[in-house]
Design a binder for this molecule. Structure first.
Ligand SMILES: NC(=O)c1ccc[n+]([C@@H]2O[C@H](COP(=O)([O-])OP(=O)(O)OC[C@H]3O[C@@H](n4cnc5c(N)ncnc54)[C@H](O)[C@@H]3O)[C@@H](O)[C@H]2O)c1
Length: 91
């Protein structure tokens, strides 16, 4: 058994682990292009977007280009308190 193996009787199973990446604002312009690139590079994509400046049209485009449906979470990523604390604003 395992005669050809340099280490004798060891058998190394190979697991392919799919990495998932959360893209905030992923239904928008930059996010959806990023999703295409990541999917084509072999990553799983989860899009979190509150749809304040987008709808799901871009996600349909991502699916058409890549052949893969992105997981979508309707979510406001940063709470208003944080915006105030760091003087941030939405578009
Ligand atoms: N060339 C083109 O066809 C084209 C088209 C659109 C935009 N642009 C350019 O792209 C740039 C903007 O792109 P972008 O991707 O940064 O903006 P975007 O508005 O397209 O994307 C931002 C996304 O973040 C979401 N979002 C905003 N606040 C959120 C929050 N708190 N929680 C969760 N989601 C939130 C919005 O709903 C939106 O989908 C601009 O420079 C614009 O001129 C170019």
């Amino acid at each position: 058994m395992f005669k050809g193996s340099p280490r004798g009787a060891f058998f190394f199973p190979i697991f392919v682990i799919m990495k998932n990446i959360l893209i905030t604002g992923g239904a928008g312009f930059i996010g959806s292009h990023t999703a295409v690139e990541l999917i084509e590079a072999g990553y799983g994509v989860i899009v979190a977007d509150n749809l304040s400046n987008a709808d799901t049209t871009c996600l349909e485009g991502v699916e058409k280009i890549t052949g893969q449906k992105s997981r979508f979470i309707k979510l406001t990523v940063v709470k208003k308190k944080i915006y105030a604390k760091y003087s941030l604003r939405t578009a």
